[in-house]
Design a protein around this ligand. Structure first.
Ligand code: SF4
Length: 345
């Protein structure tokens, strides 16, 4: 047992609730059995860092409507194809004759569009600060190559406002493992104002089990005090990736954004600038979120108000084979990761 493991195992301070924001951290915490190394007084909760999970049904409904129109082809990552809107998923729409293509990289969309100028290729651009630069590269390449039949349906979100929302509306979080991939782009400094505002420590962490454990240790030691601890200096600087930030600012501006379970949070997203509106497939006003299964508790799971195992559908009628909500569909979703790793708390 390492010193860190020993300290955490024998921790006898006040009960703590620590939130990992990033979906990849959620997956690793479950996969590595991190919770089994902690005493019951240190409780890990998952946050809103799975981009597919926080996407509202109105956005998916818009995608399913677009793909039915004969002139369009909707292009998406795989996870998004299985998430249901108010009635159906993109996969359902495809089975009904909709034009839907799955890709591993948004850049693949450019070749499809160049080879097929009679159709408009619409990429389902969801994600956080991490993926926004990738979409700017797509737009940049489309501009340079003169490809005009590519558009984005954007649902791009930014992390600090949603963490602020959780602290202000829900509270009960004693420390955050800051999203590592987001921090690569934004830099660790972006969390400093929130840390000061709520007097809560943030730890930027890598994705290996020992790195996550070190972040938990750092948060426990710093409980009750502000501070941003960068424990991932090989990838994250204080300033972040300035050229990526500049690219994002070139194409996008802040906007209000709708989050599943939290509603519209002011300035928590980005949209295409007016001068690039020709690339937009109708992203504005997609705020409604009714959910395909009224009993699904994703809204509470995403804010850490409920553990996946507390959802009455978890493992009964909801599983990765028959998901009832987005959190069971995505490989970054809390419910999916609790299920496949048999995590109990
Ligand atoms: Fe929704 Fe299924 Fe998770 Fe319950 S277990 S919150 S139904 S995704």
């Amino acid at each position: 047992m390492t010193d860190i493991q020993s300290y955490l195992k024998h921790y006898d301070g006040p009960p703590l609730r620590l939130m990992e924001v990033c979906g990849t951290h959620t997956a690793q915490i479950s996969r590595c059995g991190i919770v089994s190394l902690l005493p019951p007084s240190i409780h890990m909760i998952s946050g809103p860092g799975c981009p597919v999970c926080v996407t509202v049904t109105a956005y998916i409904d818009r995608l399913t409507a677009l793909c039915i129109e004969p002139e369009n082809v909707v292009v998406s990552f795989g996870d998004m194809l299985r998430v249901k809107g108010s009635r159906k998923s993109l996969n359902d729409a495809k089975a009904e004759g909709g034009h839907v293509r799955m890709v591993y990289s948004p850049q693949d969309t450019l070749k499809m569009a160049a080879d097929d100028p009679k159709h408009t290729y619409i990429f389902a651009a969801v994600g956080f600060e991490t993926t926004a630069p990738v979409y700017t590269m797509l737009l940049e390449e489309a501009e340079q190559a003169g490809i005009t039949n590519v558009k984005l349906l954007t649902s791009l979100k930014t992390m600090p406002p949603v963490i602020d929302w959780i602290c202000a509306n829900q509270g009960g979080v004693d420390g955050f493992i800051a999203p590592g991939h987001v921090s690569v782009i934004t830099g660790s400094r972006i969390f400093a104002p929130l840390s000061e505002k709520y007097k809560i420590p943030f730890a930027v962490a890598g994705f290996q089990g020992p790195e996550i454990l070190a972040a938990i240790y750092a948060l426990v030691k710093r409980r009750g005090k502000a501070g941003v601890l960068n424990l991932y200096p090989s990838a994250v600087s204080e300033q972040g990736n300035l050229s990526a930030q500049r690219m994002v600012e070139k194409y996008f501006v802040p906007c209000d954004a709708a989050w599943r379970g939290m509603g519209v949070i002011p300035d928590s997203g980005i949209r295409l600038r007016d001068e690039y509106a020709r690339y937009d497939a109708g992203s504005e006003g997609l705020t409604e979120d009714c959910g395909a299964n009224a009993r699904c508790q994703c809204a509470k799971v995403l804010t850490g108000a409920l553990s996946p195992v507390e959802c009455p559908l978890f493992g009964t009628c909801c599983s990765p084979e028959a998901p009832q909500g987005a959190c069971m569909v995505s490989m970054e979703g809390s419910c999916y990761n609790y299920y496949i790793n048999a995590r109990k708390t």
